[in-house]
Structures are given as C-alpha cells and as structure tokens.
Design a binder for this molecule. Structure first.
Ligand code: FAD
Length: 262
C-alpha cells in the first residue's frame, strides 16, 4: 500500500469539499473493494475520505411508491429490511446472495454502484427496476448510469447519496455464483414495473445491461419462461475467463432469466 492521508468526514459537505481540495482523493465506504485495490498497489490516491460517520447516508424508507436506499446502507441491512422484503423481496434476496457475512456487513450499495464491477449484483436490479441514482449533483436514470467496465456516469468527486427503486408489480432475481468469491458468473433480475417488463443482466458482459430480446418476448406482460426458452443469446462481446467461456455465459443468461421468473 502506498502512503495516503486519511480523513474521516463529519458531514456530506465536508466530504465533498475535502475531496475537491485534495490532489487525487477517493471516497471510502466499507472498503470491500477499495482496500484490496490499495493493498495490491493498483491505485495511489493522495487522500481517502471515509464516509463511515455519515449517519444521514444510511437507511431505507418508502417514499411515494419508491423504496429509497441511502448510499452507505450495507447489504446485510437491505437483506433483512422489512420494507424491502415487503415491497421488493427479490432485492432483499439479491442482497443476501452477495459475498459472505463480512462483505454483506461492510459493503454498501453506493460503493457497489460507484465501483461498477462487471459481476456486481446490484446493477442488474437497478436496471430492471428502473431505479434512479441521486448524487450531490444529479438524479441519474438507471439506463444512463452504467457506462462500461468499472465506469459510470459519476463525475470526479460526485457523491452517491441514495438509490430510489420504484416498487414493481413483480420481480425475481437468480444468479449462478462463482463458488469461490460468490460473485455472479451470470445474474438476471427480471421485473414487471411501470407497465413494462425489464431484464437486467450482470456478470455476462463488461458491464451490466438490459436483455432486449427477453423484454420483447414478455412485452405483453405474460412472463412465461417458455417464451424465451429458445432465444439464443450471442456470446459475441461477452466475458470469457478462467471461470466461464463467453458461450457458457450466453447460455446462463437464458437459464438465469427463466429461473428468476420461476
Ligand atoms: C470476497 C468478496 C466477495 C464479493 N462478492 C460480491 C457479490 O457476490 N456481489 C456483489 O455485488 N459484490 C460482491 N462484492 C463486492 C462488495 O459487495 C461491495 O459492494 C463492493 O466491494 C463495494 O464495497 P464498498 O461498499 O465497501 O465500497 P468501497 O470499497 O469503500 O468503495 C468502492 C468504490 O466506490 C467509491 N464509493 C464508495 N461509496 C461512494 C459513494 N457514496 N459515492 C461515490 N463513490 C463512492 C469509492 O471511492 C471506491 O472507488 C464482494 C467483495 C468481496 C471482497
């Protein structure tokens, strides 16, 4: 690990202004990605601005037909939230599949979305549920947020404050976990929401995306898994690594989407 200056912010304004005043700062949430990255010397920030004391960035509420999850809310809290379990049980299920108990108690929804790992679980839900990401600067629609591998629409120093998930009529999530890390090799989140069907896929490509062929097949609202059974997903552009080939991932996209519905 290279040397850096550690700062523990006592308010959101302080965190944002300290970020601006530093040479090359990073926000620190639960450190579940950032600390290993620093240990491996893959990044060399001048300052770490710890958000851990910002209680106003934690919590889950219901607001006008949305479940609003603040950025520093950890995965365990989402998994056990009565509000999430009541209104979007698939999202609670998803949070409970992330990593292991330590990761779920430290990792946060804001950190996960800002990091945008190609295999992160939440992006599939954000896309399928048509969520909105609120920052100190903008409200960013799900379809505009994920730009590429580890790339988002966030600007330098932009702080995620919360994520609003419109309560869907129906939703389901399934993933095929890597047996070592528990990250999805492929995960699919399917939701009937706001009068349409949306399918978010993670793990398969460089960045989470919507599977338009499945959305079209279910566009009349009848989400019969049989309707997509014969749709072949092209492996072109999908990830291929020691865990799974692009062809295998393409196959899993269809299987996970059908299991999510079932
Ligand atoms: C062993 C292991 C298994 C895992 N398995 C899974 C899995 O199955 N599925 C899954 O989805 N994830 C998995 N993860 C990732 C984990 O769930 C965390 O969500 C992820 O690592 C982000 O961690 P964090 O919230 O602690 O953020 P940090 O590591 O603290 O930060 C990550 C990045 O986000 C930025 N950031 C943090 N908060 C904000 C904010 N509010 N606004 C703007 N930028 C911010 C930081 O500057 C940094 O660049 C796993 C991690 C580990 C170590």
């Amino acid at each position: 690990m290279y040397d850096f200056t550690y700062q523990r912010a006592s308010s959101q304004d302080e965190a944002i202004s300290n970020y601006k005043n530093a040479d090359d700062a990073r926000y620190l949430a639960g450190g579940m990605t950032l600390i290993p990255v620093l240990k491996l010397r893959l990044d060399k920030p001048s300052d770490l601005i710890d958000l851990g004391d910002l209680e106003d960035l934690e919590g889950i509420s219901e607001d006008n037909g949305n479940i609003v999850i603040k950025a520093m809310t950890n995965h365990h809290t989402v998994n056990y939230s009565d509000l999430v379990k009541k209104h979007i049980p698939a999202l609670a299920t998803l949070a409970g599949t992330i990593g292991d108990p330590m990761v779920r108690n430290r990792g946060t929804i804001g950190g996960s979305l800002a990091n945008n790992d190609p295999a992160a679980s939440y992006p599939s839900a954000v896309l399928a549920l048509n969520a909105t990401i609120t920052t100190n600067m903008n409200n960013i629609e799900a379809d505009d947020f994920f730009k590429g591998m580890f790339e988002t629409a966030l600007e330098e120093g932009e702080l995620i404050k919360s994520v609003s998930f419109p309560i869907p009529e129906q939703a389901g999530y399934q993933h095929f976990p890597n047996p070592a890390s528990r990250y999805p090799i492929v995960g699919a989140f399917v939701a009937k929401t706001g009068g349409s069907v949306r399918v978010g896929v993670t793990g398969a490509g460089p960045c989470a995306y919507r599977q338009s062929e499945f959305e079209e097949a279910w566009s009349d609202g009848n989400m019969d898994p049989e309707r997509i059974k014969d749709i072949k997903i092209s492996p072109e552009g999908l990830n291929s690594d020691i865990h799974a080939s692009a062809e295998y991932r393409a196959h899993l996209v269809n299987v996970m989407a059908r299991r999510a519905i079932a």
